[in-house]
Design a protein around this ligand. Sequence first.
Ligand SMILES: [Zn+2]
Length: 101
Amino acid sequence: MADCKNCGKVLPEDWRYCPNCGQDQWGPASPPQEERTETPPSNVPPPPTPPPRESPAWLRGMGYTFGSWLLIAAVAIIVFIILSVVFVSCLAVVSQNAGTP
Ligand SMILES: [Zn+2]
């Protein structure tokens, strides 16, 4: 027979935990119950949700129009360069003709 280290209740020798107060008879005598001050790791923001794989229709339409506008601009620039070269050559021819009547 032994007495509880915490509350003094008589309990069998081989009982580890006091049935009255729950004191561990084999462990350290009445350790102070430390309050858990650990902050749970709940401040971690959730991972960002990945964007949908399929882009919306308006975005695809914008991309399509942007690409077509880019193509049109490229063609226009090329045509403008060709026309300017032809115009300059024509001016040169005209000036040569004008120079030699
Ligand atoms: Zn006890």
